[in-house]
Design a protein around this ligand. Structure first.
Ligand SMILES: *Cc1c(COP(=O)(O)O)cnc(C)c1O
Length: 221
């Protein structure tokens, strides 16, 4: 892994108070171990199966983040240990997270994923869908699923102006949710945005969590 770059990223993050989630999907457990030894504690995976294989091999104080799309029927496998679920985009998924977390006697931190990219394939909520979810009576009875903020992915493009505009839109969504539904909730404070190619723009636009993989660990096979 690129140790010097890790240190540069950590210095930039320290200046803004944002956190690094090291995205280790496709990389072997030894790579995660190495990053752990260099001080990383937050690791992101996007597939449940892969996460379940790696989790027992790493120290128990690792905070695991599920950053990819999560199917409802897989929530129960990760509920005992997952630290944060980044890509919540339906009430049904949130209900299942609440139910499985309750069974484990846990509260699981969640982020609402918004669709901010121009690409149609990406998952995520619109403002209207988020409002519907938050107004639903069922949402008000979920003590085991704690919404801590928002997450989004910008379009895969070299156009910095477009990327910045999309991140700025996500920050607007965050601000709107915060004033409308979470004004008295101090835990609602996370904006998970920024990856290998756009993390600096994301920080400038208010990111509190950057999710970086290939820049640190090299190209995926
Ligand atoms: C893979 C992935 C990342 C990290 O991507 P890199 O380009 O390797 O930094 C971040 N977020 C999500 C949701 C991902 O799936």
């Amino acid at each position: 892994m690129n140790v010097q770059l890790l240190q540069e990223i950590q210095t930039s993050l320290a200046a803004t108070g944002a956190k690094l989630v090291a995205v280790t999907k496709t990389y072997p457990p030894e790579t995660i171990q190495e990053a752990y030894q260099l001080g990383c504690r937050d690791f992101g995976e996007n597939r449940v199966q892969e996460l379940l294989e790696k989790q027992p091999l790493l120290p128990p104080d690792v905070r695991w983040h599920l950053i990819g799309h999560l199917q409802t029927n897989k929530v129960r496998y990760i509920a005992p240990f997952i630290s944060m679920i980044h890509a919540v985009d339906s009430l049904r998924l949130l209900e299942e997270i609440n139910k499985q977390a309750a069974k484990c006697g846990r509260v699981i931190d969640c982020l609402l994923q918004f669709h901010i990219a121009a690409e149609e394939t990406k998952f995520g909520l619109s403002r209207e869908e988020a409002a519907d979810l938050l107004e639903n009576e069922s949402f008000k009875k979920m003590p085991h699923a704690r919404i801590c903020g928002v997450m989004g992915m910008a379009t895969f493009t070299d156009d910095e102006v477009q990327i910045r505009r999309e991140f700025s839109a996500l920050r607007d969504h965050f601000n709107w949710l915060q004033t409308t539904w979470f004004a008295d909730r101090p835990e609602f404070r996370e904006i998970s945005m920024g990856m290998s190619g756009d993390w600096q723009i994301a920080l400038e636009e208010g990111s509190t969590m950057v999710r970086i993989g290939s820049l640190l660990f090299g190209k995926r096979g």
